[in-house]
Ligand binder design. Structure first.
Ligand SMILES: [Zn+2]
Length: 211
């Protein structure tokens, strides 16, 4: 298999953070994927040194690739803290090759680590959106949720115990009263029933009914 297949093994596609570069064919570990290229800027020239964009790829103290040009498809490759590719930098040749460091399957997004400087300047302030960092965040969120749930459960159990305790003391105090009340009610009804049974009211006069 040639280092770079004649038909390109990637395409530009939608990624979580915008656009990204995705494998369309299996790419073997160590294989060249694409060249990162653009005009070479000389930091000794003031106008070139003044150029500022997020596609600058520093080769060394003096030379920088301005990768913001349209033709540089490699600029679509997003950063990852746990990448499947790397930037193979050859300052003397003023060349950067993006190379697979893992076997990449069709459909996989191609990523490389942009390096500490870029991370600090652009990614740390907004939070890195790479899969590894998202996973880390998701894990942290899940742990926080689990801890919260555990705390809630503890609180609920505590509250339940309190309720049970209160119910016990209330029962022992109120139970006799309830019984008395119910008893009184029954007695009252019985009494009124007896009254109705024993006597009839006729034109306002009570008449005794003989059994
Ligand atoms: Zn990350």
């Amino acid at each position: 298999m040639p280092a770079i297949p004649t038909s390109k093994p990637y395409r530009i596609g939608r990624s979580k953070t915008g656009l990204g570069l995705f494998a369309t064919k299996p790419i073997k570990k160590g294989e060249k994927i694409i060249r990162y290229f653009g005009p070479i800027l000389d930091s000794k020239k003031k106008d070139e040194d003044a150029i500022e964009n997020k596609y600058l790829f520093e080769l060394n103290n003096r030379w920088t690739i301005d990768g913001s040009v349209r033709e540089n498809v490699a600029r679509y490759i997003n950063h990852s803290c746990k990448p499947n590719a790397e930037s193979d930098v050859r300052p003397r040749k003023r060349k950067v090759i993006i190379r697979a460091i893992k076997d990449i399957e069709p459909g996989d997004e191609i990523n490389y680590d942009y390096g500490t400087d870029y991370f600090k300047a652009y990614l740390k302030p907004i939070g890195c959106k790479c899969e590894a960092c998202e996973k880390k965040r998701a894990k942290k969120r899940a742990e926080a949720r689990a801890e919260k749930a555990l705390l809630k459960e503890k609180e609920a159990r505590k509250a339940q115990r309190k309720v049970e305790k209160t119910a016990k003391t209330t029962k022992s105090k109120k139970a006799p009263k309830t019984k008395t009340a119910r008893g009184t009610g029954k007695t009252k009804r019985a009494t009124s029933g007896a009254k109705r049974g024993k006597g009839k009211t006729l034109n306002g006069h009570r008449v005794a009914v003989s059994a």
